[in-house]
Design a protein around this ligand. Structure first.
Ligand code: SF4
Ligand code: SF4
Length: 482
């Protein structure tokens, strides 16, 4: 039996469910202070007014206190399973935040490590009977500890997307042009990113193979069939998340083709970023502004076209937009508008029933080979989507479909996690790759663009005969004759 000290000096005893392994000695920290000096819940701009949990609306303390430390989620948590460390499990993280609010946390460095290593995957919440929203609790703790996304890169990226999206797109294209010259790779080989203290940039550069010089929104605006003008209704509206818009253009175009084939006429909503990046960096006011603009755009179209579902093809963004109401719990005017918008959002993974997915073309099905499905965290844990995409894939792939062991084990991409925690991310990814190899898959279907980049980056290095494809691209390719 091992004891482990949490931040407030409290000791706990491991349960029988936990791996019995030696703990590394706790690092010595000399920095002691009342951490709750950093937590200002009255600052509504910088913190959520309340968390919308399965047990009702809760303040941060009560949400964290819902964790009764039963440990039932421990074996679902990738960071705990890989390290055996209580402080980087859901139970440990909820405990840190609780003590942070109480002012009993003593070590800022330990708290930062605990919260910054969370994948925000939500596997713990799926396993938890009390449905403790650990990812939201962790994000609130991070906002308090890391200064509300005020570092230069967070501010520049979010401000560019929010206030000057065309300029942002221009700079992105310049960066992509530079990538095509091979300069970033050369910089990585020379250790320049390490020298600059940004080793994560080398990981980011290597994870994406081809970068587009025309973005999806530019192409979709030119598609006359997708314009709302002169229309009286729409079967759907396509929302282009930043991944498909700026990086995986082929995903956005495939989604629109699949929607046209399966669901008739629709429109392009010509949206802004959903705000997830601002939200996760700690810039809540910016996230709210992105949300307000998207809600207003939706309402404008709804006035012209009546009710329609808003379809997004990145599960992280779809899950976040479904939670827009949580951004406005202290805002009576925007809260119902956010809730109405959230109710209209659908992930492409859940939108197309098997009967409307078409039929597999024999040559395309043969090319896809053995097909398996990876549950993106924000699809299965964030939105409860598991059955719908499998029903479609089983129909299209037939006997070539294989169920992936531990399909809801995170791939380690988790937004920027692969760049901020490269070593832990690699370990999480390795287990995913071993599972893919165990079913000898040729095609791994995913629903989020960060999974697409992460799994393909791993497959290229360790299992190059397989490839990860986005769900929309798979549906589009496999049903295409010729
Ligand atoms: S998060 Fe839920 S399952 Fe995990 S220890 Fe807390 S109460 Fe138990
Ligand atoms: S969100 Fe994922 S990494 Fe974070 S505590 Fe829960 S299971 Fe662990």
């Amino acid at each position: 039996m091992n004891d482990e000290k949490l931040a407030g000096g409290e000791e706990r005893i491991k349960t029988a469910r936990e791996p019995d392994r030696e703990q590394p000695p706790a690092p010595a920290h000399h920095f002691h202070c009342e951490v709750n000096e950093l937590y200002h819940p009255e600052d509504a701009g910088r913190h959520l007014g309340a968390l919308l949990t399965d047990l009702g609306e809760r303040n941060l303390y009560d949400a964290a206190a819902q964790c009764n430390r039963c440990g039932y989620c421990e074996t679902s948590c990738p960071t705990y399973m890989l390290t055996g460390r209580e402080t980087i499990s859901a139970r440990g993280r909820n405990q840190f935040v609780r003590m942070l609010v109480e002012g009993r946390a003593k070590n800022i460095a330990d708290a930062e490590e605990s919260l910054s290593t969370c994948l925000l995957c939500g596997a713990c919440s799926s396993a938890c009977y009390a449905k403790v929203p650990t990812p939201d609790i962790v994000l609130e703790g991070r906002r308090a500890l890391t200064g509300y996304g005020e570092n230069f890169f967070a501010r520049a990226a979010v401000a560019g997307l929010l206030n000057a999206p065309r300029l942002f797109a221009f700079w992105l294209k310049l960066a992509y042009l530079a990538k095509k010259t091979g300069l970033p790779r050369l910089a990585a080989r020379m250790g320049l990113y390490d020298f600059l203290g940004m080793p994560g940039l080398a990981e980011a550069e290597s994870s994406v193979e081809n970068t587009p010089l025309r973005f999806a929104s530019e192409l979709l605006r030119k598609d006359a069939e997708l314009r709302p003008e002169g229309r009286r209704q729409a079967g759907w509206a396509y929302f282009a998340p930043c991944g498909p818009n700026y990086l995986f253009t082929e995903v956005a175009l495939a989604t629109v083709r699949v929607l046209k084939k399966s669901s008739g006429a629709g429109v392009f909503i010509d949206n802004q970023c959903c705000g997830l990046m601002a939200h996760n960096y700690g810039r809540l006011e910016d996230a709210r502004e992105f949300a307000r603009r998207n809600i207003a755009r939706y309402e404008e179209l709804k006035a012209e076209l009546g009710e329609f579902p808003v379809i997004a093809d990145c599960s992280s963004c779809a899950a976040f937009m479904k939670s827009y109401e949580q951004l406005f719990t202290s805002d009576e005017a925007w809260r119902p508008r956010a809730a109405a918008f959230a109710a209209a959002v659908k992930d492409i993974l859940e939108f197309i029933p098997p009967g409307k997915a078409g039929h597999a073309a024999p040559a395309a099905a043969a090319k896809a080979g053995r097909v398996t499905y990876h549950d993106s965290c924000r699809a299965c844990h964030g939105q409860g989507i598991r059955v719908e995409p499998r029903a479609v894939l089983r129909k299209l792939a037939g006997k070539q479909y294989r169920e992936l062991p531990e399909s809801d084990w995170c791939c380690g991409g988790a937004g920027a996690f692969a760049f901020t925690q490269p070593e832990l991310s690699r370990q999480v990814l390795d287990r995913k790759l071993r599972n893919i190899a165990s079913v000898q898959a040729d095609t791994v279907v995913v629903g989020a663009t960060s999974c697409l980049a992460q799994i393909n980056s791993g497959l290229r290095a360790a299992y190059p005969s397989a490839r990860a494809v986005h769900y929309s691209v798979f549906l589009d390719e496999v049903t295409r004759e010729k």
